[in-house]
Design a protein around this ligand. Structure first.
Ligand SMILES: Nc1ncnc2c1ncn2[C@@H]1O[C@H](COP(=O)(O)OP(=O)(O)OP(=O)(O)O)[C@@H](O)[C@H]1O
Length: 356
């Protein structure tokens, strides 16, 4: 298996067309991940140079793929647009300087022409976070808002399936063009990565690519800004989530949980995580509520945390089918009980975002 130094040598053998130096020496290789038969990194260039560097990205991918034993390679070309400077990062606090440990960077850059950014989070995986994100986005849209959906779930991006979208997003007019599905503007990490690249994407690449999807997607225009951008975060409360929520300028978060104690304990941790970064928890949502998993647990947890309880959604086969078929239940059956439950939640979320 090639190791990190083999990968670096292969990349440095390629020339940066601008400086004539090797890619590594020129500082173009960022966030390199090498793990057994996989490698990936971010090639970040100025926006004006994006087209010129596409062949460099292709050459880098080819060079890595040519290494013996290397089967999965992913190079993401990201651009640094002059109109949207990189997020400024916080300097080291005196305490951190003394300890030699950097503080995590805090986002200061908002995506252009987006009024509000809402995170949908869950402590635990599989509780229906993505299902809620999609249907809540549709319910907000049904209120007359213009809504975008950013699938940041690097662990398992499911929004493309849920919305029935696919194919690489187009890069036009210096921006990634979102896919339009059921009236939502959607962008997913799943559209940019190949199915089995998930592991590579968990590291710095994920963070950089998400920053790019957030800030360089054509979410809105000056004349028609996007009202709400819903961000489907990866489940969990670890370092990946912490980095993402620190780098994303969030106006509020909703936390999805099932009624079981194991899920509620993780929901509690998610709330604590948001508190740490001073993002208000707009409320908790109980999913898969009913006789199988129980009901009421999330409402009680919300009360304990001092956060609003936004509503409960039943365990319902139609919700699952809608997700599998690319026809989310709120779009497929807008007059049904589930759509009404989402409408009630959307009303509270819209109100809270207005005040945020
Ligand atoms: N209320 C519900 N009733 C029935 N099935 C549901 C419900 N909510 C979600 N599901 C189904 O449960 C599965 C997991 O849902 P989903 O992918 O939304 O969870 P998640 O929390 O986003 O998972 P992860 O973050 O781990 O990817 C899906 O098959 C989905 O269709």
């Amino acid at each position: 298996m090639p190791d990190r130094s083999d990968v670096l040598a292969a990349l440095d053998a390629l020339r940066d067309p601008k400086t004539g130096r090797g890619l590594v020496e020129a500082g173009l290789v960022q966030g390199l991940v090498v793990a057994e038969d996989r490698a990936g990194f971010v090639l970040e260039v100025a926006a004006a140079d994006a087209a010129a560097y596409a062949p460099v990205r292709d050459a880098a991918e080819a060079a890595l793929r040519a290494l013996p034993g290397m089967t999965r390679v992913s190079v993401v070309l990201t651009t640094e647009s002059p109109a949207s400077p990189r997020p400024r990062t916080a300097g080291l606090s005196p305490e951190a300087q003394r300890q030699g440990r950097p503080q995590a960077p805090r986002a200061t850059e908002r995506p252009a022409h987006v009024r509000r950014v809402l995170a949908v989070a869950s402590g635990k995986g599989g509780v229906g976070k993505s299902t809620v994100a999609v249907n809540l986005a549709l319910a907000l849209k049904a209120r007359g808002l213009s809504v975008g959906l950013l699938d940041a779930d690097v662990h398992g991006p499911s929004i493309p399936t849920m919305l029935g979208i696919g194919g690489q997003p187009e890069y036009r007019d210096d921006a990634l063009q979102p896919k339009i599905a059921h009236g939502l503007k959607a962008m997913s990490v799943g559209l940019l990565m190949k199915a089995d690249d998930a592991m590579i994407w968990r590291g710095p690449m994920a963070s950089q690519a998400l920053t790019q999807m957030l800030t360089q997607t054509a979410w809105g225009t000056e004349d028609q800004p996007l009202d709400v951008l819903v961000v489907d975060l990866p489940p969990g409360t670890g370092d990946v989530q912490l980095t993402l929520i620190q780098k994303t300028p969030l106006d509020g978060a909703v936390i999805v949980s099932t009624p079981q104690e194991v899920a509620l304990a993780d929901a509690r941790r998610a709330h604590t995580l948001f508190q740490r970064v001073e993002v208000p928890t707009l409320g908790l949502i109980e999913n898969m509520s009913g006789p199988v998993f129980g009901e009421g647990g999330t409402a009680r947890e919300a009360e304990r945390l001092g956060a609003p309880f936004l509503g409960a959604l039943p365990l319902d086969a139609a919700i699952r089918r809608g997700g599998d078929d690319g026809r989310p239940v709120v779009a497929a059956d807008p007059g049904g009980d589930v759509a009404k439950a989402f409408a009630a939640i959307a009303e509270q979320v819209a109100g809270a975002l207005e005040r945020a």
